[in-house]
Design a protein around this ligand. Structure first.
Ligand code: AIR
Length: 439
């Protein structure tokens, strides 16, 4: 590949984007880049990774494989990443060969939660009470100082609940519970965070391009189950004042870290109305997959624009939109009933082509638009519920629905609620509505 004289020039279509990591995030970024006419190469430990099916080349290498990363850098015009656990040595080599966006230093800080938390606190961003701990003795001392209710998060390498332990949440925080938590995270440097009195969680995706332009997306409302994102919806339905505060914070952090690329800022809103930064991710984020459906520019296209030094896209919301994750558990009883899910209006299916469906593993998602955030969310949740229903169940469900609607219209329906599933869907819809409407 011919050397480009000016490293800060925009990279025109026909050029090559290199991505460190080829999981679902890399795959969706690659698809956005291809739409715009770019070639894409990825590096991933797994030759059949999700991105491998949509890119020009998959270079096989572990996250700290300097030679593989160099190979990627030499055959790309700019490099970005989709997972922050890339070795710093590999990152530095890449950056010496081609523009690495977001940059070595912000990734070094973000990939280690002990550095990330301290950086946020030292730069005056709101974080909850925490202690960095390197030894069990430090953890034993920290827990009482943190109100005896603590989430312990490993500094490097944890995600989707892996590398996390709870202390004093489900049982008393005695010294043996603390020892057990320390052992469970592998006795590695970690952040001990005081459990906050949470009302709900949001995230804000921000982007900054090498020219210094910064943009934020409207905030997303997130719901976790077993420490894994279950669903997310845009807009978050918060007050304009809170929205403004959250977006401003994300823009300040992306600029403060000097990121060239995306930064997702996960935030907690407490029952007292305080806003705290939870965690940072310098890449596309699960809570913005619905931006593909409801925003002028998706997070994936925004990532491509920032990495290739193009103008950032418009982040406005065109329509409320939601996603629900499909974890490997969904495959426990065979192939899910996708056709049934796709019968729900507004719903689309996204599968990542992962070869094995382990419990808790993100295999795909369902997305929907809707007239309101509630409707978009109800649609994806209903679609997800249908994945485990037989066609017969669905015929019954639809018959009950038709009867209920007819009864409502004529005021005559006296039949029993035959399908329990109808009741379940209604109750769940009510729960979601009250979750979304909580301010
Ligand atoms: N990922 C990266 N950080 C957090 C997440 N969820 C995405 C990336 C990565 C993939 O998850 O796309 O490549 C790894 O998924 P798995 O199921 O192979 O562990």
């Amino acid at each position: 590949m011919a050397a480009r004289p000016d490293k800060s020039a925009p990279i025109a279509p026909g050029g090559t984007l290199g991505i460190l990591g080829g999981g679902q995030l890399g795959r969706m970024m690659a698809m956005a880049a291809r739409t715009m006419g770019y070639k894409v190469r990825v590096m991933d430990p797994e030759p059949n990774c999700p991105a491998s099916f949509v890119v020009d080349e998959t270079i096989v290498g572990k996250w700290d494989d300097v030679a593989a990363a160099e190979h990627l850098a030499r055959s790309s015009d700019a490099i970005t990443l989709e997972i922050e656990q890339i070795g710093v040595d590999a990152l530095a080599r890449v950056a010496a060969i081609a523009p690495l966006r977001p940059g070595v230093e912000p990734i070094r800080v973000i990939q280690d939660k002990t550095l990330q938390k301290v950086w946020l606190a030292e730069h005056g961003f709101p974080v909850g009470p925490f202690r960095v701990v390197h030894t069990e003795a430090e953890l034993q001392a920290a827990v009482p100082e943190l109100n005896n209710r603590v989430f312990l998060k490993i500094g490097r390498g944890g995600y989707d609940g892996r590398g996390q332990a709870r202390i004093g949440i489900d049982s008393p925080a005695d010294s043996s519970a603390i020892t057990a938590a320390w052992k469970s995270i592998g006795e590695k440097p970690a952040v001990a965070e005081q459990a906050l009195d949470l009302d709900f969680e949001i995230s804000v995706m921000a982007a900054r391009n090498p020219a210094g332009e910064v943009k934020s997306f409207p905030s997303a409302r997130n719901h976790h189950e077993n420490q894994i994102l279950a669903w997310s919806v845009l807009p978050a339905g918060i007050s304009p004042e809170l929205e403004d505060r959250a977006e401003r914070l994300a823009r300040e952090i992306v600029a403060g870290l000097g990121i060239e690329g995306l930064l997702c800022v996960e935030m907690f809103i407490t029952k007292q109305g305080d806003l705290f930064v939870n965690e940072l991710a310098p890449r596309p984020h699960n809570s913005y997959h619905q931006s593909e459906r409801g925003c002028v520019t998706s997070q994936f296209e925004q990532a491509v624009r920032a990495a290739l030094n193009l103008p950032l896209g418009d982040t406005s919301l065109i329509s409320p939109c939601a996603i629900v994750n499909l974890l490997g558990d969904e495959w426990a009883n065979g192939e899910p009933n996708f056709a049934a899910a796709l019968a729900v209006p507004g719903v689309r299916l996204h599968l990542y082509e992962k070869l094995s469906a382990r419990p808790g593993r993100k295999m795909g998602h369902l997305s929907s638009v809707g007239a309101t955030a509630e409707e978009a969310l109800e649609r994806v949740l209903e679609a997800k519920e249908r994945l485990s229903m037989t066609d017969e169940d669905i015929i019954k469900l639809e018959a009950v629905r038709a009867a209920l609607i007819a009864a409502e219209e004529s005021g005559t329906y006296e039949g029993d609620i035959v399908a329990e599933s109808e009741e379940r869907i209604k109750q769940r819809a009510k729960r979601n509505r009250s979750a979304i409407n909580k301010k």
